[in-house]
Design a protein around this ligand. Structure first.
Ligand code: NZQ
Ligand code: ZN
Length: 407
């Protein structure tokens, strides 16, 4: 295991009816800006619950900013940041999924980057984003009410912002973006369209994989934890598809997705975010849902990198998919075992109605060159646990992804 520091200050408030805790979680005198997405929070009544909890205390001033898009847009977020300054907001409350929470984190980080006229500077905010918001040293406090289990944003300090005009979807990370708290009420996920539920399972699955499927460093806690989370996502992913109203299943999916990307699994182990980084370009250029970019790319990434990931792929086959290594008394060779594990993974995604190739997403090989160019423009030229996944490797991953190899 490598040396590491582990720090996660996010208070999790989990369970049905917990939104009313907001009244205690946010300071009494706070000037609060509620941020939300395209309307689901209003339609489902979640926003009304939030309003009621916040105004239980008359000293709070509450403002609202709606319209944060899936894959939150830079320009929209700057408008919210201006509102922070205009109304002296000192607490941001994100009500929504990863996009609203990520967007709100960005607002919290950039609202102090103003021009002399007091508006938030587009140039400074862009510069901050292109350096992953690492150098920002003050931020507005924020909390979250999570409505879709998927990204883990509710318990981490990262985010991803889309800037359409520049065809860029870029990640950032700053400890000041940890929410002070996140409320996880699993009943809020019952209104999600099936597609979003299954997307969420896949996103969490790939988060675990990218912190697990690298090379062994004898990290027993992280490995065992990762394998358990993967098995839970496989069983609960299939369960939620067949029985979407089962609240126990929803609870388990919600907590698993949070644990999948809150720093616990990734502490002290190598990580490989190649699938995510190429996936962001697919979303940026082709508007494909985040999780779907991952299910398209992961099988090809594993096939392309199977030599450098061999030991962990064999461990994954054995411990997650229970592939014993023998068939009808015959020992299987390592390549066969690894290919079986990748095919099982593809079949799992297919059972969740997720695409596993570019063809499944109605794209062909002509999209490869523009994606590779975008990766270069965004300096994604040394990806992976060994930082050896250059543009040639990414190109080969995309070529493999054109059609699926799964039977
Ligand atoms: O916009 P509204 O109307 O709210 O509708 C949303 C949106 O259309 C809807 N929705 C959310 N909760 C609902 C609901 N509909 C009905 N009932 C509910 N309870 O779902 C749609 C998708 O929402 P979104 O927030 O975009 O989904 P998700 O949570 O999957 O977030 C995706 C974003 O997170 C980023 C992705 O890149 C993408 O931009 N990620 C953030 C990460 C992080 N912060 O650590 C890591 C991830 O890898 C990921 O990159
Ligand atoms: Zn993700």
């Amino acid at each position: 295991m490598k040396n590491f520091q582990y720090y996660n200050p996010v208070r999790i408030v989990f369970g049905e009816g917990q939104i009313e805790q907001l009244s205690d979680l946010i300071p009494n005198e706070a000037r609060v800006l509620i941020t939300y997405g395209g309307g689901s929070a209003e339609r489902t009544g979640t926003l009304d619950e939030v309003r009621a909890a916040l105004t239980a205390n008359d000293n709070r001033s509450v403002f609202e900013f709606g319209g944060i898009e899936p894959n939150p847009e830079f320009s929209t977020l700057l408008k919210a940041a201006d509102m922070v300054n205009e109304h002296d907001i000192d607490f941001l409350l994100a009500v929504g999924g990863g996009s609203v929470i990520d967007g709100t984190k960005f607002v919290a980080l950039v609202s102090s980057l103003t021009e002399s006229d007091g508006t938030v500077s587009r140039d400074k905010a862009w510069e901050a984003l292109t350096s992953y918001c690492k150098n920002i040293d003050s931020a507005v406090d924020l909390g979250a009410v999570l409505t879709i289990p998927a990204t883990g944003s509710e318990m981490n300090s990262g985010g991803v912002v889309n800037y359409s005009e520049r065809q860029a979807k870029l990640p950032f990370n700053n400890p000041l973006a940890f929410p002070k708290f996140s409320i996880l009420d699993p009943t809020k996920t019952l209104t999600l369209p099936e597609r979003q539920v299954l997307n969420g399972v896949a996103d969490a699955f790939v988060h675990v994989i990218e912190q697990y499927l690298t090379y062994p460093v004898n990290a027993k806690v992280q490995d065992a934890f990762a394998e358990s989370l993967l098995k839970i996502l496989i069983s609960e992913g299939l369960a939620v598809k067949n029985d979407p109203d089962n609240l126990d299943t929803r609870k388990n999916i919600m907590w698993t997705a949070t644990m999948a990307l809150n720093g616990t699994l990734g502490a002290g182990v190598p990580q490989d975010w190649t699938t995510h980084m190429i996936g962001h370009e697919l979303t940026s250029l082709h508007g494909i849902d985040h999780a779907r970019t991952l299910t398209i790319l992961l099988p090809s990434t594993l096939r392309e990198l199977k030599d450098s990931k061999k030991e962990k792929l064999l461990q994954y086959a054995r411990n997650v998919w229970s592939i014993s290594g023998t068939e009808q008394g015959q020992e299987l060779d390592e390549d066969t075992i690894i290919e079986m594990a990748i095919v099982y993974t593809e079949n799992f995604f297919r059972e969740l109605d997720l695409p596993v190739s570019l063809a499944d997403a109605k794209l062909d090989a002509s999209m490869i060159e523009p994606i590779v160019n975008q990766l270069e423009a965004h300096n994604m030229v040394k990806l992976g646990e060994h930082q050896t996944n250059d543009l040639a490797v990414s190109r080969r991953i995309l070529e493999r992804a054109v059609t699926s190899k799964a039977s």
